[in-house]
Design a protein around this ligand. Sequence first.
Ligand code: UDX
Length: 460
Amino acid sequence: MSRHRILLVTYPAQGHINPALQFAKRLISMGAHVTLPITLHLYRRIIHLNSSITTIPNLSLTAFSDGYDDGFLAIDHTVADFNLYTSQFNSRGSGFVTNLILSAKQESQPFTCLLYTLLLPWAPRVARGFNLRSAQLWIEPATVFDILYYYFHGYSDHINNQKETTIELPGLPFTLLPRDIPSYLFTSIPSPLSFVFPYFQEEFHELDVETNPIILVNTFEALEPEALKVVDTINNLKMIPIGPLIPSDTSFSGDLLQVSSDYVEWLNSKPNSSVVYVSFGSYFVLSERQVEEIARALLDSGFSFLWVMREKEEDLKFKEELEEKGKIVKWCSQIEVLSHSSLGCFFTHCGWNSTLESLVSGVPMVAFPQWTDQKTNAKLVEDVWKIGMRVDDKMDEDGIVGREEIRKCLEVVMGSGEKGEEMKKNAKKWKELAREAGKEGGPAEKNLRSFLDDMLEENA
Ligand code: UDX
């Protein structure tokens, strides 16, 4: 029997499932058994696309119905839809997780601890009801955690100042502008994702109730040395870097969309460092006008490009020209693309998974953050790690960034000018540091092992 039996709970979205599965992989490689409850719809999608995941030793993917067995997380939902969905997911999920803990106890195979990703404030409460230790798997940078922590502990007016004044937060070695703040906190700006605010609020409240709370962060020491310590100094809360959680193969793939089949051959035909990879993650959909501006910028730049397009292709302008100069796919194996020798830069929304995947692959970025944590991530990419350039500060009054601006940024990052070279050099440096942190027997593994040993000791 595995020494550690871990219950790992995740919100049912691609950007949450991916790091959760990579985390499960790491735990299993260290001798743990992982139970990962997931909604029936996602379970069916995942095993349809990766059936061998059910045969991985010491991984129990276990399905429950959230009442939306045909799927919910498609595009075009309102805040009210999200609220309804999340409250139903939470009530059914917490009931299911409670039963899992009970059965494990009855079968004399109790869990060592419960680990949970974002938007699940009920998870630590359920664990406390059983005297079971819990910890959060924070799937965004430590810096974002700090900003949220400060916001919910007396700094809300300072952070949400809405003016172009700099925001200084104790312990963080850089200042921020309102444009760098996670969109979660701008509750007055309408967005379908505004529904997350009360969940974060509740989650941070739970951390205040918890004795010696622990946050396992998908980052590494060299990347955010100060941010990892900020909260330690003001509370008993401990942040432990256990990242980067990045796939090394497809065995733990939790893709919800079918990977297109023909882009690898296309990439193979391109010279080294010549291709721009364009993707805005698993959820965000660009407006038709923005798609047009990006399309024109790519065509005018003359670079080859691989574009993951989640928007409708029917009305796509310049379709023929785009298909001639580049490749458009519905979904790809992103880590495979980023580690391909033909890659020159990643035009990205700066989701945290994408940012880390780019960093681990040594690929510089053109950052076009949209919402959630992406603006903060883009700030880190551009100003702190200096591996990319932001285009979102060039938006017009309709929130569109024009073709000229995008093209200019692509040319700088892809080019051999001083700025482009510096970014490439920095990207190489971060790639080495990321690999060092995540290697077998490296700091991420050591930190996680010591966390697990502490959990066992507390249960003894
Ligand atoms: C969301 C938020 O936007 C993000 O900021 C937060 O940190 C996590 O939740 P998402 O927008 O999907 O996630 O972006 P990201 O975090 O980058 O995750 C997307 C994942 O999908 C990545 O792991 C990426 O490798 C994968 N992906 C994307 C593919 O495998 N293939 C694709 O074609 C596109």
